[in-house]
Design a protein around this ligand. Structure first.
Ligand code: 5GP
Ligand code: MG
Length: 185
């Protein structure tokens, strides 16, 4: 698996210090309100686990499931498969957490659904941000790292369902996704 990585973009120590810096702000912001953290599956699973353990305030955890990437690296149709129950969201301050803000379509669509379900406030939190790829008018209220326009894997982010368990964020070797797109392993 490590052999498929071209270069490491963020190592484990940098990841943790990036999370620590936003966690301090989030702790202050949400100290005295009813907070629900909504994590977008599957990509944010590793990030949200590290993040919530650094926000020592009472909170609920809920999940949404969105798929926008099929086999390739370009966004496909957005498919929202699971959303939090009304009672997890209505009257709550919501922090919507995703692995990466790319075109912005996923966060925009889920944020709208959460407001429709009665959230008082929905702030967006992205582990990674690729602002040059944005297609809709949305920004991360909180983000750990801005990255260049490369396809990132690891720390929850996948390619064709794999690499989520890498402990760092890396750029895939181009021949790996070219091989996969043309039907190889
Ligand atoms: P958006 O809706 O903002 O275009 O895309 C968000 C979703 O696309 C993310 O939740 C993530 O699953 C996927 N995505 C966007 N860019 C990347 C990337 O560089 N690497 C990986 N693995 N997934 C990405
Ligand atoms: Mg995702």
């Amino acid at each position: 698996m490590h052999d498929d990585i071209d270069r490491i973009l963020l190592d484990e120590a940098r990841i943790i210090s990036g999370i620590d810096s936003i966690a301090a702000e989030l702790t202050e912001l949400y100290r005295n309100v009813d907070l629900t953290v909504v994590a977008v599956l599957k990509g944010s699973c590793v990030f949200v686990a590290d993040l919530i353990r650094r926000i020592p305030v009472p909170l609920q955890l809920a999940f949404a499931c969105a798929e926008s990437y099929r086999q390739g690296t370009e966004p496909g149709t957005l498919d929202l498969r699971l959303l939090p129950h009304g009672e997890e969201v209505a009257g709550q301050y919501v922090l919507l957490v995703d692995d990466i803000l790319d075109s912005g379509r996923t966060m925009e669509a889920i944020q709208k659904e959460l407001f429709d379900r009665g959230a008082l406030d929905v702030k967006t939190c992205a582990f990674l941000d690729k602002p040059v790829r944005r297609q809709v008018d949305i920004r991360a209220d909180f983000r750990c790292f801005e990255i260049e326009d490369v396809f990132a894997v690891g720390y929850g982010l996948d390619f064709a369902g794999k690499y989520r368990n890498l402990p760092y964020v890396g750029a895939l070797r181009p021949e790996v996704f070219n091989a996969s797109l043309s039907g190889g392993a």
